[in-house]
Design a protein around this ligand. Structure first.
Ligand code: IFM
Length: 484
């Protein structure tokens, strides 16, 4: 099994012994059991029932049935030799009514943490991977500042339950998706398409993040690794000689990267986000009226680690292009009408740049990861970095009980080499989590996209480690990207 995959590997890279190797998942994508032990509906339970919102009309009711198969899944990770497991906690299990703790829901994570520690695997907790309790959305969701209070209460309940054993705490996963896919583009729950509402949601998510870091720091342990995970891109003009493309790339950088990096690491928003009155009105007022004195000081509370999720860069254009030349046109899309997730960015397009693409029609641009990591150090002086997600979807097939996925193995090898290149230039990267441990519910794409290094048969729930898992396991064990 390994001989085919090693053909795709670079030959001369390795990682320090202390480097943390793991895989990542998220609660709604794998757990299932959405109606058990007192869990209340989240915005994804609701959104997945909106006609046309999700390919195939899929939902996470069963997903990978991890809620019932957790010990076997942990045993599989142990077998694969992972040092860490990054997972998220479902807020609607821990505080189903958004106010009172639910013992039965918390007990699941209690068992998971014990199981991991018993297997010698470090638990890496994410508090929010998008499953807001529906009743909080009914009260305004992330557009309502009170949601930040509810989040801090939920975070403290979780910390009180698990903080005796868990030292790695991430507040938010990819707030860009929660804010801009959720409230501007509407491709994600709660599916709102309300322009600058995404900026309002982003601010409240950041405020909840900063307040939580501050509270956990007060309550916590000197060994805690507190941080946030951002999905970041390298935005470049599709055609550097076209002013419209240069402008589009700057807007993508601002609306994807800097909208979070600036407040967290510089304690401010760029003027362009605040002053573009045409595009940044919310409820008839400039969106930034929600920013109160002191908020940016809270948001920029120092963190110990930055989680970076990287999948691809972006070649942005400010001009129209034929539909079949746009990225994403080669795969089925949800039926719901699309709105750009960039407030005021309806003209931004992403034409093909001639780069190879994954099975999901996402560009493969490993050197973008090196450039991103260097920029984070040079422009933002970030704390130690962990790559908390990186991976690719391909339409795998099971042959004689095995899954050979050389393209995914190659994707990992190339991005690990890109990570190593940045480390060789002095960037402090301390770990890497593959996305994902197993095939799972890929949000608006339902079960149509497989990102796992472990294959899941959704009929039988059988797990089969793919050849990429064997590659990953070997690199984790040796710290060496290929046999020398
Ligand atoms: O599946 C998602 C994950 O939940 C967040 N980051 C990107 C992944 C692939 O789209």
């Amino acid at each position: 099994m390994t001989s085919r995959t090693t053909d795709h590997l670079p030959t001369d890279r390795d990682f320090p012994e202390s480097f943390l190797w793991g895989a990542a998942t998220a609660a709604y994508q794998i757990e299932g059991a959405t109606g058990e032990d007192g869990r209340s509906p989240s915005i994804w339970d609701t959104f997945s029932r909106v006609p046309g919102a999700i390919l195939g009309g899929d939902n996470g009711d069963v997903a990978c049935d991890h809620y019932h198969r957790m010990p076997e899944d942990v045993a599989l990770m142990k077998q694969l030799g992972f040092g860490a497991y990054r997972f998220s906690i479902a807020w609607p299990r821990v505080r189903p009514d958004a106010r009172n703790p639910n013992r039965a829901g918390i007990a699941f994570y209690d068992r998971l943490v014990d199981e991991l520690l018993g297997a010698g695997i470090l638990p890496w907790v994410t508090l929010y991977h998008w499953d807001l309790p529906q009743r909080l959305e009914d009260a305004g969701g992330w557009l309502n500042r009170d949601t930040t209070d509810r989040f801090v209460e939920y975070a403290l309940t979780t910390y009180d339950a698990l903080g005796d054993r868990v030292r790695s705490w991430t507040t938010m996963n990819e707030p860009w998706c929660s804010a801009f896919l959720g409230y501007t583009g509407g491709q994600h729950a709660p599916g709102r398409q309300e322009g600058a509402a995404g900026l309002v949601a982003a601010h409240h998510l950041m405020l909840a993040h900063g307040r939580t870091i501050d509270e956990l720091r007060r309550r916590g342990n000197a060994d805690d690794r507190l941080g946030i995970t951002l999905n970041l891109t390298v935005a470049e003009p599709f055609d550097a000689s076209e002013p419209a493309d240069v402008d589009a790339a700057e807007r993508v950088d601002l609306g994807f990267n800097r909208v979070f990096l600036d407040p967290i690491f510089r304690g401010k928003y760029d003027e362009a986000l605040l002053t573009d009155r045409d595009h940044h009105q919310w409820n008839g007022r400039p969106w930034h009226e929600v920013v109160r004195d002191g908020d940016l000081g809270v948001i920029s509370t120092p963190i110990d680690v930055l989680g970076v999720n990287y999948y691809h860069g972006d070649g942005a254009s400010g001009r129209p292009h034929p539909a079949d030349q746009l990225l994403g046109s080669a795969t089925p899309q949800p039926e719901r009408p699309t709105v750009s997730p960039y407030p005021g960015g309806q003209d931004i397009t992403f034409p093909r740049r001639g780069l190879p693409t994954t099975g999901q029609d996402w560009e493969i641009e490993p050197d973008g990861l090196t450039r991103l990591l260097l920029r984070l150090r040079d422009d933002y002086g970030v704390p130690p970095i962990y790559i908390t997600e990186n991976g690719a979807a391909y339409p795998d097939t099971v042959v004689d009980g095995t899954v050979d996925d050389p393209e995914r193995a190659s994707f990992f090898a190339e991005h690990l080499r890109a990570t190593r290149d940045a480390m060789a230039q002095g960037v402090d990267v301390r770990g890497y989590f593959a996305w994902s441990l197993m095939d799972n519910y890929e949000w608006a794409y339902g079960y149509s996209q497989r990102f796992g290094i472990v294959h899941v048969d959704y009929e039988t729930q059988e797990r089969i480690p793919k050849s990429s898992a064997q590659l990953f396991s070997r690199v984790a064990a040796t710290g060496v990207l290929s046999e020398r």
